[in-house]
Design a protein around this ligand. Structure first.
Ligand SMILES: Nc1ncnc2c1ncn2[C@@H]1O[C@H](COP(=O)(O)OP(=O)(O)OP(=O)(O)O)[C@@H](O)[C@H]1O
Ligand SMILES: [Mg+2]
Length: 235
């Protein structure tokens, strides 16, 4: 679905992603892990076009063929079916839940102006609370809203940055189950950053561990050994 090849990214002089290669297979959940500050968010932003890259390729494959993304604007990447849920959620606290979801519609390629029913089916709480202000929701509900907003474009690939961060466990589990439903029922491809091991083990298919801007280990999630965890993930 997405092949990342020899990606290099800098914040001014600071070399953050180093010749990074990463494959995101279609219809699976690939979980990027790694300690704080290793470049996980930067990688997702580079895929979305929110940070510029120095060089490398982002080869994105859809039914209509392969597209190289690095020169495409953020909005174009959304229109190609890439949904993005940023770290820290970033919903609009003063807008209603429904209006928050509507802001996502601008990125649809077909101009549809209606929130797809599927979003409310996956997150019934958003329907119940559609007239409430985003800022009135709990942290977990805001995360569901942020995911719902990314889903209104009915993406082919969904990118999530630490969706479980600072959220109560029952909602984290609900989010994990929604991710699996989207994969199993809709054929979605997921690129996830998550540091919570039980979450990764339960909901991801593959893992990639990053250290200082490069992948240092990867494999099927069942191959994520205690040794790898000790070496690269515990502080
Ligand atoms: N806008 C920026 N300008 C300059 N440096 C930045 C910027 N954003 C991030 N960095 C630096 O780039 C490095 C990678 O940051 P990034 O946010 O990608 O890490 P991360 O793996 O997502 O960390 P965390 O687990 O804390 O979310 C860090 O050293 C960070 O301080
Ligand atoms: Mg981050």
């Amino acid at each position: 679905m997405l092949a990342i090849e020899k990606l290099n990214q800098f914040y001014d002089e600071s070399h953050t992603l180093w010749n990074l290669d990463l494959d995101v297979p279609k219809g699976q959940c690939t979980c990027v892990m790694g300690r704080n500050g290793v470049g996980k968010t930067t990688l997702l932003k580079a895929v979305m076009g929110e940070v510029a890259v120095k060089n490398g390729k982002l080869r994105y494959t859809t039914e209509t063929g392969e597209i190289e993304l690095t020169k495409k604007a953020v909005e174009e990447r959304s229109r190609l079916g890439i949904g993005y849920v940023p770290q820290g959620r970033q919903i609009f606290p003063l807008l209603t839940v429904e209006d928050n979801l509507r802001t996502g519609l601008a990125a649809r390629s077909d101009g549809l102006k209606k929130i797809p029913e599927r979003v409310y089916e996956l997150f019934p709480v958003l329907k119940e609370m559609k007239n409430r202000r985003g800022g009135d929701l709990s942290g977990g509900q805001q995360q569901q809203l942020a995911i719902g907003r990314a889903l209104v474009i009915e993406p082919k690939m969904l990118i999530l940055d630490e969706p479980g961060e600072g959220i109560q466990p029952n909602i984290v589990a609900q989010i994990g189950q929604v991710i699996r439903r989207l994969i199993n029922e809709d054929g979605l491809t997921v690129l996830l950053v998550e540091q919570k091991l039980p979450f990764a083990r339960k909901y991801a298919d593959r893992f990639v561990i990053m250290d200082r801007g490069r992948p240092v280990a990867k494999g099927e999630i069942s191959e994520l050994s205690n040794e790898l965890i000790k070496q690269h993930l515990t502080v």
